[in-house]
Design a protein around this ligand. Sequence first.
Ligand SMILES: [Zn+2]
Length: 148
Amino acid sequence: MYTQLFRSDEMKYPPTINAGLDAAWHSTPTHAWQSEVIAHYVDAVDEFALRLCRSLAERVGSLTGRTISQRDITVNFAARCARATLDSVVFQLRGHDLSIVRPCAHCGTGQFETPPITDRVDLGYALAGWQAYHPECEPADPPEDTSW
Ligand SMILES: [Zn+2]
C-alpha cells in the first residue's frame, strides 16, 4: 500500500514540534478558555510525541543494538507515527506497529511499509526478503512452463 506521509505536517521533536503546531493554527485565541484548551492540546501532543519517540528508540535499539537519538526522530502527529533513519534504513512506529519504510522494488520511488516487525527474524525478513511494488511496477507472471 502506498501512503504519502510526512508532508506539511511533518515535525521534528524536539525542538520544533510547537512551531509546527503554530503553523497549523488559523487564528490567535481571543478568550481565556480557548488558550486553556489549546494549551491542553499542545501538552497532549508533546506527551504523545515524546512517548512515541521513546518507544521507537527503544524498539529499534533492542532489535539492532544501536542507539537512536530522539533528536533524529521525526514525528507526524496527524499520522500518529514517528520515523527514524538508521544506516539508510527508515524505521517507522505507528501506534504499536514497528515497520520499515522502503521504496518500490522496481522504480525506486514511493513509500511502502513492511509488515509489522516484532523480532529480529521479522527485521531480517523486512530487510532481505520483503519487496513492494506499485501496481504498475509489479513484475509480470513468468511465462507458463510447458517443458514438462
Ligand atoms: Zn514503482
